[in-house]
Design a protein around this ligand. Structure first.
Ligand code: PDD
Length: 290
């Protein structure tokens, strides 16, 4: 079955799906994106993702070529045509094609690309197998709250983590405070059992998984504090994990050379892992039937 990708109004064989060399996403990273998990054919927390997309577009004064119900339709159509049950949808909007010049082009139409990929879902044993992270300086701009396609510092951070044998990088600001992961939000559980994740500001992306995990933690009676935490505090934590639409809830069992807890996923992390799996499974029904 050929892969089908949506590009500006057309459903194309993936190998023919392309944008112009003067697309501003290609030349200036002038665009935004979303990655949405697909579980049982349904989009996980779709409305939160679309709200964040609207916000990112607004912050960059970028007009959506398609939004609301028509955009939901395209995502469902892409899931259906590619027969994705479990996986992810990638969606990108850029300021469109125009002769290369820094100011916003007059009259350019923004570009929309949507595709879907199947992803093998981890069994609990694999999913709960922790990763180690390394800390690296956070060299990004001051609007990390916008889900911009400009990801070079994130790419460099992830690559340096892989080069040193770790699974991810956690980014650290000039004060020794962890902001977030290269493509995920960062969490710790203190020795007192408090669940800590950074408060929302311009220095992190407001993760959609983060929203769900906060709700699930509250339901489970876990004490949650949204505040910054340092590398030192993280290394002394009882548990650590990260969250994203592609990693879900992923245990972190070492930070740099420091083992966290007993080197395995802790109790709070395990509880949230299972709760988030159930949260995703429960959304399997909102797929093509809508
Ligand atoms: N990344 N922080 C950053 C820098 C991210 O890139 C992401 C997601 C998150 C978590 O957001 P969410 O829970 O909404 O997925 C936090 C996606 C998955 C990516 O770039 O592939």
């Amino acid at each position: 079955m050929p892969r089908i990708t949506y590009v500006n109004g057309q459903y194309l064989p993936h190998r023919e799906a392309a944008v112009h060399v003067e697309d501003r996403g290609y030349q200036f990273a002038d665009g935004v994106y979303e990655v949405i998990a697909v579980r049982g054919g349904g989009l996980v927390d779709e409305d939160h993702h679309l709200d964040r997309l609207d916000r990112s577009l607004g912050e960059l004064r970028l007009a959506a070529p398609v939004s609301g119900q028509p955009l939901k339709f395209i995502m469902r159509e892409i899931i259906r045509r590619n027969r994705v049950r479990d996986g992810k949808v990638y969606l990108q909007i850029t300021r469109g094609v125009a002769p290369r010049d820094h100011p916003f082009p007059a009259g350019a139409e923004s570009s929309l690309v949507v595709y879907a990929l199947p992803v093998r879902q981890p069994d609990p044993e694999t999913g709960l197998k922790g990763i180690s992270v390394v800390t690296v300086p956070d060299i990004r701009w001051r609007r990390c709250d916008i889900k911009s396609i400009s990801l070079l510092p994130n790419v460099l951070a992830k690559q340096s983590a892989l080069d040193s044998g770790a699974g991810d990088a956690w980014l650290v600001d000039d004060d020794g405070v962890i902001t977030e992961g290269s493509a995920a939000n960062a969490w710790i559980v203190t020795k007192d059992g408090d669940l800590i994740t950074r408060h929302l500001d311009n220095f992190i992306l407001g993760g959609i998984t983060r929203i769900a995990v906060i709700e699930l933690a509250e339901k489970a009676g876990v004490r949650l504090v949204e505040r910054a935490f340092s590398v030192e505090e993280a290394k002394q934590a009882k548990e650590a994990f990260l969250t994203s639409s592609t990693s879900y809830v992923k245990p972190v069992v070492a930070i740099d050379d420091t083992v966290i807890g007993n080197g395995e996923a802790g109790e709070v992390t395990r509880g949230l892992y299972h709760a988030y799996e159930a949260h995703m499974d429960a959304q399997g029904a909102n797929g093509a039937a809508d």
